[in-house]
Each structure stands twice: as C-alpha cells, then as structure tokens.
Design a binder for this molecule. Structure first.
Ligand code: ZN
Length: 491
C-alpha cells in the first residue's frame, strides 16, 4: 500500500474548502492515471492514480510447454477520478480485462526498439473502464493473460543477461524480481511504494510442488494436477512476491513465538547442505534481539536446485541459489526487517536495504565469535574502502544499485553510527526505525532525521562524511599497524 503521507496528501488535495473559487467552479474531468510512479532510476516503472490493496493471482503453469494461463484480480482504490489507469506487465498476452464485472478496453502501448535495434515486448497494460472510477472508490480489476514468461532486462542488474523476474531453469521455475521483474509474471503496480497483500492459487501437474510467500493454506488435488494456495497477509512490495515450482522436499521448524519456518529444498540436498538452513530459528532469535520482533507471520526459504546467481530476500520466503551459506542466510533474514518490512522509498535508497543486511553479517560475527572478530571485519572493510574512491552509498545511480558502495560502504555507515552514538542509542535507532515505518517505506532523509532525533543530538556532520561523501572518512584507529621490522616476522 502507498505510504500514508502520500495517500493523505493525494486524497486531501482536491477536497479543501480553502481552494481558490476558480478551481471549485471548474471541477476537473477524470484524468488518466500516471504511466509511472516517478522513480528517477526507472522511467516508466510503477503507475499513478490508484493504490493496490490486494492481488489474487490464479496461475496454471504447463511445465512441459512452459506456458502460463492466468488471471490476476487486483483490488485497488482510486486516488483521483480515473478515466484510465495502467499496470506494469512485461510481454505476455492479455485476453481480457474487466473492471467491477464490466468489460473494459485495454491496450499495450508499443515500446521503441532497443539500442540493438531489436523489438521490445510491451511493458504496460493501459485499461479504460466503461465508466470513470470516482476518487476514493474501491474497484476490482480482473486481467486474464498468459503465454511464455520471460525475465525483464533490468538496468540495475546488467550482469543478469536474462533479466529479472521469472527464471525457467532445468529443475523448475524461480522468481527473483528485484528491481523491476514482477511485471514479468503478473500485472501490477511494480514499485515498493505500493505495497499490497497477496493470495496465490498456483496449479501444476504432479510431481511438481509450489512455494510462494506467506502461509500455505490448502492443496487441492484434481487428478494429475494440484493447486497450491498461499496467503500473504502482510503488505508486500511487488519485487518481493515470489513463486517457485520444482520437485521440492520440505523441512519444517518453529521460529520465535512459534512462527512457522518452512524450507523448500531439492530432494537430493545433503544434510551438510541443509545444516545452515536448519539454524534459521536460532538466527531469527538473535536478529530479534537487535532489530525487534520478526515482522511477519511466516519464515523460511527456497533452496534452488541450480545456482541462480545469489539469493533474494523475498518476503517470508527468501530464494537461495544452491551453495548459499550461513552468512547469506543471515543477510536475507535481516532483509525481512530492512527492505521487506521497511522498504525503500525510491531505489536510490537501496543502502537502507543492503547496508543494513551487510552490517548484520558483522553483528552475527560479533554474536558468535566476539568483539575482536567484529573489529577485524571493520578493519578489513576499511582497508578495502580506503584503497579507492567508492562513491557515496546514497543515490549510487541505477547501474550501481548492487555495487560495493551500497553494500560495503552502506554497512560501514552503520559501523560508524554505532561508534558515534553508542550501543544503547544505536540499537534503539534501528528498532524504532522498523516500528515507525512498519509495512511502509523509508527514505534516506527520513532515516537521517530519525537517527538524530532518537539519539537526541546533531548528526548531520556525521552523515555528511559517512553517507553522502564520495570518499570513506579517515579512521586512524582502523589503520593497519606499521609493518613489522624485517627479520622479526615469522613464527
Ligand atoms: Zn541484500
């Protein structure tokens, strides 16, 4: 759902008694919803004019034919009088659209050819209901669609030539959509600013099974096919929605306060491969001590058969490439607080995701190996960061959203902040940040203000040097000791 501040602003703007008489005398005709949400890193991404509350995704996937037959139900609220509105949908074929049960017109605006001259699939679905939708009205869109899904090329992830979103591998399907891949498998408002809850009804032939976000509530048998029903009742950003189809085995455990933890894994996974995943309850218990209560109703993850180029913190169900270790698990579980529960306001705020998840790996090291091991990580990181001008963690540019300046220098900001304000204030800043922005979004500016307010002191000079400056600030106490004199080394 949209952040409350934005919704209030948009909803309140047209209603005021204090508006100029001219504006009242000439009520505006219903407008088209904006074709993008206004994220400078991704022109055209997301949409304006409405706020989605719930997606109901009914997907039938033909594994052999690699073909999807689907319908998406989208319950949303109009933020102004809507003559038309758009959804992000990459490729795929649309068979029909209904709004509140009435057929609606739709079009897929053509996209200019890419730099290589190749034609591009459409990425928007523009819907014109039979009558305008009034500001504040709740409406239900039904989109019937299908075809062979493909990952969407993402300028933030140039190292994945197949794009992001839907990945068809030898073993099955995995969905990892950060930043712009959600539209590769369902029509949506594809930006973290518009969070919603989800229901999934996914039908596949035996012996395949399905893992999606939230809690599996039902498995409906119908001959050779099975429909797996999942409910994700906590608001979720579109890039964190996931669907995985393969021959999975399951491991179940209980997390803090009895939260169900389900790990879907290859049937041939060894005990050694699963050992780190079995430690999730222990990791979650530790993370609760530093960040506050785990924010969702379920936890767990999917371990893919193949290496899928890393892991993604899908909400309640991170997707891990084969070979992921405990460090990666700590990282992805930390994202459940930082990234998932509190999502970036714009993609330039990515350090609020990755800096925090990376720093949490240091906290885990401190927890399991002690303070000296933690300081050693800081020294090593400092030596690397000072070797070159990395650039500031905030606003890295779209091509560097997943770079060291976001991850490593982002983590280093938190190391420095803890030094600056002390443990008590530092952990209070983190916990109250999650409480304040729970199930919403946070911007870098809001975090800077929040940190100063919580610590009760001026922190602008600190953030200017650590967060906004291109060069990592000099820290004499982290400099390596002078090299030992020749002849004394050894032993
Ligand atoms: Zn991460």
């Amino acid at each position: 759902m949209l952040g409350s501040v934005l919704s209030l602003f948009v909803l309140c703007a047209p209603s005021g008694a204090q508006q100029p008489a001219a504006a009242q005398a000439r009520p505006r005709a219903p407008q088209a919803g904006a074709l993008e949400i206004g994220d400078p890193y991704f022109p055209g991404l997301g949409n304006g004019g409405y706020d989605v509350e719930h997606y109901t995704l009914s997907l039938d996937y033909d594994f052999e034919g690699d073909e999807l037959t689907a319908s998406a139900g989208i319950r949303a609220t109009a933020l102004h009088d809507l003559a038309s509105f758009s959804l992000d949908l990459y490729g795929l074929e649309v068979a029909g659209v209904r709004i509140d049960g009435q057929d609606a017109r739709f079009e897929r605006p053509p996209v200019p050819a890419g730099a290589d001259g190749k034609p591009q699939p459409p990425s928007e679905l523009v819907i014109t209901p039979s009558a305008p939708i009034a500001a504040g009205a709740s409406f239900q869109a039904e989109v019937r669609y299908g075809g062979r899904p493909h990952g969407r090329p993402d300028p933030a992830v140039p190292f994945l030539p197949g794009g992001v979103g839907w990945f068809r591998m030898e073993s099955g399907v995995y969905v990892v959509s950060e930043c712009i891949g959600a539209g590769s498998w369902f029509p949506c408002n594809d930006h973290p600013r518009d969070k919603a809850t989800y229901s999934f009804r996914i039908t596949v032939a035996k012996p395949y099974t399905v893992a999606a976000n939230g809690i599996r509530t039902e498995v409906v048998e119908a001959g050779e096919a099975r429909t797996f029903v999942f409910e994700a009742r906590d608001p979720m950003a579109s890039y964190l929605a996931t669907l995985n189809i393969a021959e999975f085995s399951e491991l179940e455990a209980k997390g803090p306060r009895g939260i169900p933890v389900v790990i879907y894994h290859p049937v041939d996974a060894t005990q050694a491969e699963l050992a780190d995943f079995k430690r999730q309850p222990e990791v979650l218990e530790f993370l609760e001590t530093v960040f506050g209560p785990y924010p969702f109703e379920a936890a767990g993850g999917v371990l893919s058969y193949e290496k899928i180029g890393g892991a993604l913190e899908c909400q309640t169900l991170p997707v891990y490439g084969r070979g992921s270790n405990l460090e990666v698990i700590v990282h992805e579980l930390t994202h459940q607080w930082f990234g998932d529960c509190v999502s970036p306001d714009l993609w330039r705020d990515m350090w609020l995701n990755e800096g925090f998840a990376s720093y949490s790996e240091w906290l885990w090291t401190e927890h399991t190996e002690g303070k000296a091991a933690y300081e050693q990580l800081a020294k090593r990181s400092y030596a690397e960061l000072r070797k070159r001008k990395t650039g500031a963690p905030f606003d890295p540019g779209v091509a560097r959203v997943f770079s060291g300046r976001v991850y490593q220098r982002g983590a280093f900001v938190l190391y420095g902040l803890r030094q600056e304000v002390g443990d008590e204030s530092f952990f209070r800043i983190l916990k109250t940040w999650v409480e304040t922005h729970k199930n919403g979004n946070g911007s870098t500016e809001a975090f800077v203000t929040h940190a100063a307010k919580t610590a009760g002191r001026e922190l602008q000079p600190f953030f200017d040097a650590w967060l906004y400056a291109d060069v990592t600030p000099a820290q004499p106490e982290l400099e390596p000791p002078p090299a030992p004199a020749a002849g004394k080394a050894g032993g």
